[in-house]
Write a protein that binds this ligand. Structure first.
Ligand code: FAD
Ligand code: EPU
Length: 339
């Protein structure tokens, strides 16, 4: 394995921001990974692990070692007549993995079709879409503990999954690298999740009354393609912010002023779509310099001209945060990892 110097990361982040890494290594197995980490330790370099680069915003070039995780391999073990454990290594592409499971008629991941990025990153923010999160099928993941350099295992509970959250984004941040992930999927009696409004409508459009898991996947793909920009065409990292969750009390104050506000009650709390808040502040489709809020989904910030710097995108996101605070008194939290 070669460690390269002054390596361009432009094609390795879906915002398409032109930055470089002082040192760069692409690792294909655990041996490579340990070697690259040792190299960083000896040379006192900060390490950044990179999967598909679809949830990062580089605001500057990286002065340490970027380790791109390219560990590949998928294996499976049947538990019983209706359940299979499928394990994929960190560098497997998420959507290709989901499609492979669907080709084998394994159910549970279909609502998560077309999410960019790699399998190894999926536990980081407990990726979710259309009423499903990986925590629903996640069994465990193997990680390399960067302190002890031993391989350890985290089960579902130990990952402390929440909405776009896990132990790896909080207490465990910077302490582990995820090596593989195991999911428990159904082989026969699939539990379809079609209650999410848009999925039902899409299936009706297709004229499907008794959907299969493959139909649900096609519906999700079609919905996503209708509103999310393709990073290969227009740089972006999906939702730039999380949907905020506020107390029922705070929500009712905002609702008095804006009765039409969409909301999803969740126990004592209420989740509000950030896209709506941003659109109400006049940002949808608005462009400043090279950066814009996507015209079909205000929550997605795009590198509109392809020439945006990370700093420009970051500053644009700060303006959005400020205007949402001013209008609604709600502070948006960035979902994208800022480097
Ligand atoms: P990267 O961007 O490479 O890394 C993200 C973070 O994880 C970085 O901090 C990195 O250092 C760290 N990291 C990466 N791999 C590892 C590892 N193996 N071990 C330890 N740390 C690691 N997300 C959703 O949840 N739902 C969606 O519906 C969704 N839609 C999207 C749509 C679009 C068009 C885009 C561009 C993004 C979308 N995302 C969505 C966000 C993104 O796809 C996910 O967060 C994805 O899991 C990121 O994977 P990645 O491999 O690209 O991560
Ligand atoms: N909305 C607007 N204007 C907009 C966008 C959205 O008013 O410009 C309102 C509408 O009321 C709409 C509601 O927001 O009904 C929800 O919009 P959407 O269904 O597009 O979902 P979202 O809440 O914006 C979340 C996730 C997505 C995920 C989808 C589908 C977050 C931060 N984002 O988006 O995840 O794909 O639901 O489940 O939770 C990501 O994390 O990168 C991501 C794309």
């Amino acid at each position: 394995m070669k460690i390269q110097e002054n390596y361009s990361l432009k094609n390795l982040n879906t915002f398409g921001v032109e930055v470089s890494a002082k040192y760069f290594a692409e690792v294909k197995d655990l041996g490579d990974l340990k070697y690259a980490i040792e190299f960083a330790k000896i040379n006192h370099l900060e390490i950044l692990f990179l999967g598909g680069g679809s949830n990062v915003l580089f605001t500057k070039s990286f002065g340490g070692l970027v380790i791109k995780l390219d560990l590949k391999g998928i294996s499976e073990a049947f538990l019983n007549e209706d359940e299979v454990l499928v394990t994929a290594k960190a560098g497997e592409n998420w959507h290709e993995f989901v499609q492979l499971c669907l080709d084998k008629n394994y159910g549970g991941l279909e609502n998560l079709s077309l999410i960019p990025g790699n399998v190894g990153t999926s536990p980081m923010q407990n990726i979710g879409a259309y009423g499903t999160e990986i925590k629903d099928t996640f069994v465990n993941c193997k990680v390399l503990n960067l302190g002890s350099m031993q391989v350890e295992e985290f089960n579902n509970e130990e990952c402390r999954f929440g909405y776009r959250e896990s132990v790896f984004k909080r207490e465990g941040k910077g302490k582990y690298v995820i090596l593989d992930v195991t999911f428990k999927l159904s082989t026969e009696n699939h539990q379809l999740k079609t209650e999410y409004g848009a999925i039902k409508t899409e299936l009706e459009k297709f004229g499907i009354e008794n959907p299969t898991i493959q139909d649900v996947s096609r519906a999700v793909i079609s919905i996503r393609q209708s509103k999310l920009p393709d990073p290969k065409v227009t740089g972006n990292a999906g939702s730039f912010f999380k949907n905020p969750t506020v107390s029922a009390n705070q929500f009712s104050k905002v609702q008095k002023q804006y009765p039409q506000i969409p909301n999803y009650p969740n126990g004592e709390m209420v989740k509000i779509p950030a896209g709506w808040l941003i659109e109400q502040c006049g940002w949808k489709g608005k462009q400043i310099g090279n950066v814009a809020s996507h015209e079909l989904q205000a929550l997605v910030i795009v590198n509109k001209t392809g020439a945006a710097t990370g700093k420009e995108i970051y500053d644009f996101s700060t303006l959005i945060i400020e205007s949402v605070i001013e209008k609604f008194g709600i502070e948006l939290e960035r979902e994208v990892n800022i480097i």
